[in-house]
Design a protein around this ligand. Structure first.
Ligand SMILES: Nc1ncnc2c1ncn2[C@@H]1O[C@H](COP(=O)(O)OP(=O)(O)OP(=O)(O)O)[C@@H](O)[C@H]1O
Ligand SMILES: [Mg+2]
Length: 321
């Protein structure tokens, strides 16, 4: 019988709103050869780091989410949603100088039509680093944190630089505290060693390829590719998500591959966030790697059966295991 131990986590990173617009397409526009979506409804979901936080919360953990939102309609919607879900939002800066990052999707029941991204690279984010770091410091000083997850979509929250990165001293402090730390990062070869010493990183295929500067051609080459990746980032282990193929783990001493669960994928958005959250919770529960990968694959296979960014509860996950 497996169990997931509850913990207190800090999630830090790029906060986003995922907007889904649904409708039906019955004809092509006479103005240009594009489908006309007859709009029926709009749903908003927490995205990016906010989705990681939601996943951890649903698994029964306490979560403090730290990041930056615009002081606009979307930002206020997301903060209220997170509050109602029981996630700590005191560490979220509501900045009037920036706009909340939003991905707007247009879909029918069966098909994606278009995604529009609202995201100007938010350089102003740096000016909030001191406030954010001070907030996290208090948690670290009080020894009430079991794990830190950095959900780094490289949208500006964690600057893409090694030299004088304001978050480097914070990461050093976390490493010294013996707290589990993981990052799901889009940083590339030049700056990924910002996460040097981290317990684990969770790239997907494209992210890993960009770091090792070549494409992954064959599954046989995963060992070499992930070892190269670990040499670049200097993290202790890598959990590489391979979409419908599953998850591959390597810490350069041992490797484990776990095939994905066969399922009908409706919307794969956010599946990587789910894997990231589940792996952290498994590490905290001292679960063996094989079981962790099975559980993460199962969780991801459930969330992708739903439209929109979906999360899964601990009881549902354990019941279906
Ligand atoms: N078609 C699929 N069938 C079954 N499982 C899938 C499928 N697509 C994804 N998964 C599951 O989701 C996990 C994460 O997928 P993926 O590698 O696409 O992550 P990602 O690119 O980081 O996702 P995102 O960043 O959009 O959240 C996979 O390791 C697998 O467990
Ligand atoms: Mg991802």
């Amino acid at each position: 019988m497996i169990d997931l131990k509850c913990g207190q986590y800090i999630v830090l990173g790029d906060l986003m709103v995922d907007e889904y617009n649904y409708g039906e397409v019955t004809r092509i526009s006479p103005e240009a050869p594009v489908p006309i979506l007859k709009h029926s409804n709009k749903i908003l979901f927490p995205g990016g780091a906010a989705n990681v936080a939601m996943n951890l919360k649903e698994l029964g953990n306490n979560v403090e989410l730290v990041g930056i939102l615009g002081n606009d309609e979307d930002g206020n919607w997301l903060r209220n949603y997170l509050n109602k879900s029981g996630i700590g939002t005191q560490g979220i800066v509501m900045a009037s100088e920036v706009s909340t990052i939003k991905k707007v999707r247009f879909r029918t029941k069966v098909q994606s039509l278009l995604r529009v991204d609202y995201e100007s690279l938010q350089r102003q984010y740096c000016s909030y680093a001191a406030t954010i770091i001070k907030y996290i410091d208090e948690f670290l000083n009080n020894n009430i944190t079991d794990g830190v997850l950095v959900s780094d979509y490289n949208k500006g929250m964690i600057p893409d630089t090694l030299k004088s990165n304001p978050y480097s001293p914070l990461f050093d402090k976390i490493l010294k505290k013996n707290i589990i730390c993981g990052s799901d990062t889009k940083k590339e070869a030049e700056t990924i060693s910002l996460y040097s010493g981290f317990d684990f990183l969770k790239p997907n295929k494209i992210e890993l390829s960009k770091v090792i500067k070549r494409t992954l051609t064959s599954a046989n080459l995963l060992k070499r590719a992930t070892c190269e990746y670990l040499m670049k980032c200097k993290a202790k282990a890598v959990y590489l998500t391979l979409g419908d193929e599953g998850i591959y783990y390597n810490n350069c001493n041992s490797e484990v591959f776990c095939k994905a669960n066969k399922t009908r994928a409706v919307d794969v958005t956010g599946a990587g966030d789910t894997v990231f959250a589940v792996i952290m919770n498994c590490l905290r529960s001292n679960m063996d790697i094989e079981t962790s990968l099975k559980l993460a694959n199962l969780a991801a296979s459930i969330v992708i059966q739903y439209n929109g960014t979906k999360t899964i509860t601990k009881s549902e996950l354990l019941r279906r295991f």
